[in-house]
Design a protein around this ligand. Structure first.
Ligand code: CTP
Ligand code: MG
Length: 220
């Protein structure tokens, strides 16, 4: 089995509100995207493609090892992953798609995803339980229902796929349909998605507080 990693790094990071694209924001002196690439390589991925904002190619090239291929992303995550998938070398039979915004993902998560693929799963996601009480509210902000928590999971990346399965699922997804992760694309094509244990350290950096927490973890 050979695996290619696609790092989705073409977002602007509006909610983080930094002075540069989120993937280039430093954590302990290294851009988030460099952390994400290292996790994939340490965890057992053979090659990596990073999807970048077209206007920032040079800055990403300077931030990453030369062996990493750069591809121009699109306006949405779905468009960016489509571009990464088209550019990923045809040699690999499995694909891991990872968010640049999850810099402290332990390589063990990558290893677990690869192991589930090797065991025959066509699609694999790392997940965590939901620990807070979760409710439904109406437009006035009044609680109308509580959601049973036991069957709920939070979905992280890297998500792993049989390559042909992921390519076919993206080809079948109508243009203009935007999904927030790749397992949703595969599920829309009727493919079962297998869960492995995620890790709290794989949390996504979305708002400034998340970057603060990541900084505390690195210094530990
Ligand atoms: N992403 C991407 N291309 C896009 C949008 C997002 O490759 N057009 C990537 C981001 O770079 C990020 C991952 O998808 O690594 C998860 O997206 P998110 O956390 O939403 O990042 P941003 O879209 O950059 O942030 P925001 O939504 O706050 O603008
Ligand atoms: Mg976004």
């Amino acid at each position: 089995m050979s695996a290619v990693g696609i790092v989705a790094a073409a977002g602007s990071g509006l909610r983080l509100g930094a002075d540069r694209p989120k993937a280039l924001v430093p954590l302990a002196g290294r851009p988030l995207v460099a952390w994400a690439v290292e996790t994939l390589l340490t965890g057992g991925v053979d090659e990596v493609v990073v999807v970048v904002p077209p206007a920032e190619r040079a800055a990403f090239a300077a931030a990453l090892p030369g062996a990493v291929a750069l591809v121009d992303g699109g306006d949405t995550r779905t468009a960016s992953v489509r571009a990464g998938l088209a550019a990923a070398g045809p040699g690999a039979d499995t694909v891991l798609v990872h968010d640049a915004a999850r810099p402290l993902t332990p390589p063990d998560v990558v290893t677990r995803v690869l192991a589930a693929l090797a065991a025959g799963a066509p699609a694999v996601v790392p997940v965590l339980p939901v620990v807070d009480t979760t409710v439904v509210v109406d437009e006035a902000g009044t609680v109308t229902d509580a959601v049973p928590r036991a069957p709920l999971r939070r979905v992280q990346t890297p998500q792993g796929f049989d390559r042909a399965t992921l390519v076919a699922a993206y080809a079948a997804l109508p243009d203009g349909v935007e999904l927030t992760d790749d397992a949703a694309v595969v599920r829309a094509a009727g493919i079962p998605v297998t869960c492995v244990d995620g890790d709290e350290r794989a949390a996504k950096v979305t708002i400034p507080h998340d970057l603060h927490l990541a900084g505390l973890q690195v210094r530990r």
